[in-house]
Design a protein around this ligand. Structure first.
Ligand code: ADP
Ligand code: MG
Length: 238
């Protein structure tokens, strides 16, 4: 079970409040997109849910556990970033297996899971290559495989496709959606691209200046924008 509950989340950096009393529930197996302009607090929210950023006030629970003060490794969460941050000196295989080796997972089990995720992402031909000998799209697939192999209950994506060209973005978007369904995870996907949000989300959480401006299915938001800001943001070209 990986329903998420954020209650009265506040975040300040120094004296600056960047998240203001945010409340949000996410259902088990739901695909939620945090959408909004640059600087509205999407990454900060994601990082607080992952445990990479301390919460100034409020609580986060994942499943029925309050994880507010748990370290990232104990939250059952995996995160994929815009920059792939692969280990350059390691092969693709070792990059993907690294986290499990560190947790002392038996090699036979690592091999089994490695075969599974590389098949899902079409990475079998590249396992012995170094990251620098891969295209951007292939590198982002490796980063996804590295996250997926941990069999997370909750998958967090922070603008994972922003560095890729439009065609590849569309392809990987479809794959991310399929993997979400195959693995039955709960997914939060951050983007500032409203078209991307419309095509991938079960529900869009549209943020503005550290708060939720509106949330709903893509068609609810598109057809019934609650404010002028929403209408402008959703209707504006990329
Ligand atoms: P988004 O991901 O929506 O572009 P962020 O969550 O990165 O927005 O940032 C939200 C706000 O918090 C911005 O005003 C940003 O400048 C500020 N911020 C983010 N990280 C830090 C930090 N480490 N120190 C100070 N301010 C930060
Ligand atoms: Mg961001």
């Amino acid at each position: 079970m990986a329903n998420i509950r954020c209650v009265n989340i506040c975040k300040s950096y120094g004296g600056l409040r960047v998240i203001e009393n945010l409340n949000l529930d996410i259902n088990d197996h739901e695909f939620v997109v945090f959408l909004g302009p640059s600087g509205c607090g999407k990454s900060t929210m994601l990082r607080m849910i992952a445990g990479l950023e301390e919460i100034s006030d409020g609580t986060v629970s994942i499943g029925d556990r309050d994880v507010t003060h748990l370290p990232p490794g104990e939250r059952g969460v995996a995160m994929v970033f815009q920059s792939y941050a692969l280990y350059p000196h390691m092969s693709v295989r070792d990059n993907i297996a690294f986290g499990l080796r560190r947790q002392k997972v038996p090699e036979a089990e690592i091999d089994r899971r490695l075969a599974q995720v590389t098949a899902l992402l079409g990475l079998e031909p590249y396992l012995d290559r170094k990251p620098k000998n891969l295209s951007g799209g292939q590198q982002q697939r490796v980063a996804m495989a590295r996250a997926m192999i941990k069999t997370p209950k909750l998958f967090l994506f922070d603008e994972p496709l922003s560095n890729l060209d439009a065609k590849l973005r569309e392809k990987l978007r479809t794959e991310i959606r399929r993997i979400h369904l195959d693995l039955k995870t709960t997914t939060i996907f951050v983007t500032h691209d409203q078209l991307e949000a419309m095509t991938i989300a079960d529900r869009i959480v549209l943020m503005r200046a550290g708060a939720i401006e509106q949330q709903g299915t893509p068609s609810e938001i598109f057809d019934r924008p609650a404010t002028r800001f929403v209408a402008d943001f959703i209707g504006s070209p990329t």
